[in-house]
Write a protein that binds this ligand. Structure first.
Ligand code: XLS
Ligand code: NI
Ligand code: NI
Length: 437
């Protein structure tokens, strides 16, 4: 097969001074940071749906993407050819992982049987290409939101037939992920929510979602898939309200339905901001329950209120992300999945390289900066000091559960007033971070 990107050779690390736009200035895969290589820390992953299926259409206009390898059909042969193009791209980029929905990689057939057969035909090629390049599957997932059968949702549909069909689709997607040695499996509830409560039995829908996820856990055990399940929170879009709206809502749902042992979270920046949170807030909430599994790396636009899925190029953002990831001890099965698409105006194939290089360099910088901040120690030292009243006397007694309201009343009467507050020093700390950027 002729090369799809003949003008691009393997992207190499060229150092911060490089003016070569098709080189890394900061992502240096073998460089050691805090005892691990950058490659091991960041575990970059390319998303199949945006990078190889995105046409760059928007709500007002058709796709603009130039993808010379496409023949305009949605055939299995085209899907197989596209898979080889994808691996040429990822191999040249040096991305160690990719992620897909079942229907991104292979076309939906006339019925489930045909869809499964199509998927198997493409999985065969994916397997060959994984073997040839050493690139692995970070996670697989099932697309339960595009087809009209899921208009009312999948696991939360008012129609039991749609639930059943979705279960069959997830069963197959899970088996295929397992076959490809996937490190994890994602559930993103695109239409698991509602558009109006007037026609919705919220409690019944949530119960169904809980049951669905338990069936998935059972099937995972049955086939011997060892990777974690991840839930990917998002508050809305395409529904008005999605049940797994943010990290806290997901964790509460998992607790309520006794699923917490089987799931971690896959946190996406633009979903966090849609929910009115920062990415770092969502990461910290997940990490606090030991449920931070993986991230979908992208960013939104402050001027636009939707999921714009832009490549993450904001170094302040990647620094915050990496501070939390390093604090929780780094990724195990998870990674940095670029759930991001080039802008509609960036329509040439080479833009796919520029975009990923930009994201990878921004994360490499975030990693290096976060490691430097941690090595410096002033930030962590400040936080430790800020809570030092808890390390001895009354604070230590409260933390150890040795006192109740009665003893605390006696203590308050004795001190008379709180005179020991210290400054939060936000501006000082913001300037401290800027020292490293
Ligand atoms: C959509 C989601 C989706 C998931 C995978 O907003 O980010 O792409 O990552 O289904
Ligand atoms: Ni998204
Ligand atoms: Ni995502």
């Amino acid at each position: 097969m002729p090369s799809a990107f003949p003008e691009v050779s393997k992207i190499e690390y060229d150092g911060p001074q490089s003016k070569n736009p098709l080189a890394f200035r900061h992502y240096h895969p073998d460089e050691i940071v805090e005892g691990k290589t950058m490659k091991e820390h960041l575990r970059f992953s390319v998303t199949y749906w945006h990078t190889f299926r995105g046409q760059l259409a928007d709500m007002f206009g058709v796709g603009t993407a130039q993808r010379p390898w496409e023949d305009g059909t949605n055939s299995v042969a085209m899907a197989q050819k596209r898979a080889r193009v994808a691996f040429e791209f990822m191999d040249k980029l040096g991305a160690p992982f990719y992620a897909f929905h079942d229907r991104d990689v292979a076309p939906e057939g006339r019925n489930l049987k045909e869809s499964n057969k199509n998927l198997d035909a493409v999985v065969k090629v994916l397997k060959e290409e994984q073997k040839r390049t050493g690139i692995g599957l970070l996670w697989g997932t099932a697309c339960l939101f595009v087809h009209p059968r899921y208009m009312h949702g999948a696991a939360t549909s008012c129609n039991a037939d749609a639930f059943a069909y979705a279960a069959a689709q997830v069963k197959k997607a899970l088996e295929v992920t397992h076959e490809l040695g996937g490190a994890g499996y994602v559930f993103w509830g695109g239409r698991e929510g509602y558009t109006t409560l007037l026609n919705t039995d919220l409690k019944r829908e949530m119960d169904h979602l809980g049951a669905f996820l338990h069936m998935a856990v059972d099937h995972k055990k049955k086939i011997g898939f060892k990777g974690p399940f991840y839930i990917e929170p998002k508050p809305k879009e395409p529904t008005k309200h999605q049940y797994d709206s943010d990290a806290a809502a997901c964790l509460n749902f998992l607790r309520e339905y006794d699923l917490l042992d089987h799931f971690k979270l896959n946190i996406e920046t633009n979903h966090a901001t849609l929910a009115g949170h920062t990415m770092q807030h969502e990461l910290e909430v997940a990490a606090a329950t030991n449920a931070l599994g993986s991230i979908d790396a992208n960013m939104g636009d402050v001027m636009l209120g939707w999921d714009t899925d832009q490549f993450p190029t904001d170094v302040y953002l990647t620094t915050q992300v990496m501070l939390t990831i390093l604090k929780m001890g780094g990724f195990t099965t998870g990674g940095t999945n670029f759930d991001a698409k080039v802008r509609r105006e960036s329509f040439e194939p080479v833009d796919l390289f520029y975009a990923h290089i930009a994201g990878m360099d921004a994360f490499a910088r975030g990693l290096k900066i976060a490691a430097a901040i941690r090595k410096d120690g002033r930030l962590a030292g400040f936080v430790k000091q800020r809570y030092s009243s808890w390390d001895s006397s009354i604070g230590a007694k409260i933390e150890k559960g040795k006192v109740g309201f009665k003893e605390l009343e006696a203590y308050a009467l004795q001190i008379g007033e709180v005179t020991t507050n210290t400054s939060g020093r936000q501006e000082y700390l913001e300037n401290l971070i800027n020292e490293f950027i």
